[in-house]
Each structure stands twice: as structure tokens, then as C-alpha cells.
Design a protein around this ligand. Sequence first.
Ligand code: ADP
Ligand code: MG
Length: 398
Amino acid sequence: MGVCFGGPSVEHDVSIISAEQLMAALSERHQPVPIYLGRDGRFWTGDALRSVGAFAADPPDGAEPVELRLGRADGSGFVQPSTSRLRGDHFLRLDAVICAVHGTGGEDGALLGALEHTDLPYVGGGVGPAAAAMNKATAKAVFGAAGIEVNPDLAIGRGEYARDASGAIERVVETIGTPCFVKPVSLGSSIGVSRCGTADELADAFELGFEVDRTVLVEPALDEAIEINCAVLGRADSELRASACEQPVKAENSLLGFEEKYMSGAGKGRGAAGAGAKEAGMASQDRLIPAPIPDDLTAAIQDTARRAHRALGFSGVVRYDFLVVDPEGTPRVVLNEANTVPGSFSFYLFEPIGLGFVDLADALIEIALAEGAERRATTRTFESILLETYTSGQGPKK
Ligand SMILES: Nc1ncnc2c1ncn2[C@@H]1O[C@H](COP(=O)(O)OP(=O)(O)O)[C@@H](O)[C@H]1O
Ligand SMILES: [Mg+2]
């Protein structure tokens, strides 16, 4: 079982921790094979990569180079090139690959597309749903069309802003107003996200946003809302399991930033995965599980998360992050975003519903294999007489 992690995104380190935790859980029943995607785009493998300590160096200590060769139709795309004339290349035999690359290059469907070109079943997709979820504007369009409430937004492109910054800011003030949130359309972990209390703050917020993305979204700030997350496991067209709900705890009036998410309890996440892994990384964030909200609200959020999963057409595990306005009164459940490679695969949200990490990992593999079989069973090539007709001088018929 290949576990792909790392990647070029700002969430590179977070991905290492998610993957180490997953490999520890997998090793009870499977043989996890680490496949580390370096920041520079090179792939590495080797048992040494099963310990977080290896990543103090770049490339990691004990890492062996591996390549992903496209176009092999037998699921053996990952190859360790031979270093000797006497030995041939070594093909990694993988039943499936679990994508634990957060953010750009992994969560956006790019890596999944490459895996499809090697006929390797994978966890985390398909390509379309992953790409749709990664782009917050596209995701909101999908969810909105399914009748799920999302926050309205205005998208501003880098080019448009460069041509007429004050015009863009004026449009924001007219259509969205302040306070508002300015965020890169396709990043994560709160990177490049700003809250603007007044219009004077917009220029700095755009500058920051455009440093990390070419499109920036502006949304009204739902300052009174609480954040509630709920993960869903399953294939879009079969039975779906919704997890317990969590409420991340944030400091008063501050958006939940990268530091708050991953740096609290700093140092804990640096230890070896396995024993104590629960306290590491993502799970070190302060959170309340189950979220202290009324039962019927929990049920409504779980139901909305399942509907979102179906609307997205996703197969695997996704964490849906909500902003809930007036949770104790007449709640409005607003879907903020979908994370298709959620930190630590959201195992800590499934444990309270009786699904341990080992069972979650098994379920993910089952989904990957079922999806792979489904892809193979789908006819995608058709005999065509076009070339025949073309070469016989008749030309294509219009
Ligand atoms: N419209 C909003 N109203 C209130 N808070 C928001 C809004 N949008 C984002 N936030 C806050 O900012 C954080 C990061 O924004 P989010 O959309 O989740 O981006 P990311 O993909 O970086 O996690 C959220 O967890 C929340 O605390
Ligand atoms: Mg978020």
C-alpha cells in the first residue's frame, strides 16, 4: 500500500505528520510503502521514511530515489531506477496509493491524475471532485447548486487587480462590504487569509492573497458564527458515514490561523508516529469533540455534510468545515469549505462513532480498490472508423 505525502505546498510538514500517523495505523494489517514527494518535486521511498526524524534533512536521511512513470497500465508506475548495469529497475508493487499530500499538487487532483495514468487505484478522489473542492469558488458553486447554504463571494483575479486596484476595492465595498474575509481561492491552513474590518485594510489583504494565489475571494465576515467540522467517509453513490462534529477553539475574534492550528503544543508533532501520535500534529489543535451544540443541530450538520459529499461526487474521506450562525437559536448552517485530504484523515472524528484509525484505513483502501475496479469496468475506448475513412480519401463526415 503506497502512502504518498509531502508535496510542494505550504502544508508539506502537516502532510508528513498525517502520513506517519496513517502508516502507523496501516501497518497492523497492511504493508505501507512510504512515497515522499519532496518540495522540489522529486519522489523518494524507503523504510527510513517511516519516521518523522528522517525529515530533518533534505533529502531525508536514508531516502531512496523513486520515479513515477506514466503510461504503465499494470499499476506499477513507481520505479526505483537501477544503479547497476547488472540489475534492472525495481518496480514497487502497490495495490493502491493513499494520497496524503495536502494542498497544491496533491489535494487539487494533480497527483491523482498522474496515478490514473498508471492504472493505480488511489484514495482521495476522483480527479474532478478533488479539483472542484480545492477551488473554493467552484466548491461553493457545486454546494450552492445542491441547495446547501454557502457564503456569497466576489472573486478578483491578479491581472484584474493589477490593472485597476482601486476599482476592484470599490467593487468589494459595494457588493460585499466590511467586515469581510479575503482569501486565496485554492490554498488551505489559513495561509494568505485576512479579515478586514474596514476598507482601508483591503489593499494589504489583496497583496498578501495575490502573493500565494492568482485569484482571491472576498466574503462577508460571519463574525458571530462558530466553526463546526464534520467528516464524511464513503463513496458518493453508496452509504455514507458522517463523523462526530468538532468545534475548533479559537482565540476571541481571531481567524483560526496556521500557528493556532498546528503549532499549539509545538514539539509534540515532531515525535515518532505511532504511540502518542494522537497528540501530534493536527490533533494537538484545541478542539471540542463532540462539539457542544444541540443534538438536532449536530444531526443537521451531519446530514448537510453527507449531502455535500454526494454533491461533490467524492469517494473517500472529506472534512466539511461549517460556519454556524446562531447555534442556540435559529441556526444557519453555512458550508465554508471541503478538505479532501483532511489532517490526519480526520481519524479523531471517527473514533467517537466507533471507527478506529485501523478500520478507517481499511475502509479507505476498500474504497480505493472499488473505485479502481469501477474505472476499469467503464468503457472508455471505442472503435472508430474515422482514420480508415480519412485515409481512403473520403475525409471526415461532418
Ligand atoms: N466568511 C467568514 N466569516 C468568519 N470567519 C471566516 C470566514 N471565512 C474564513 N473564516 C475564518 O478563517 C479561517 C480560514 O478560512 P478558510 O476559508 O477555512 O480557509 P483555509 O482553506 O485556509 O482553511 C476559518 O477557519 C475561519 O476561522
Ligand atoms: Mg479552513
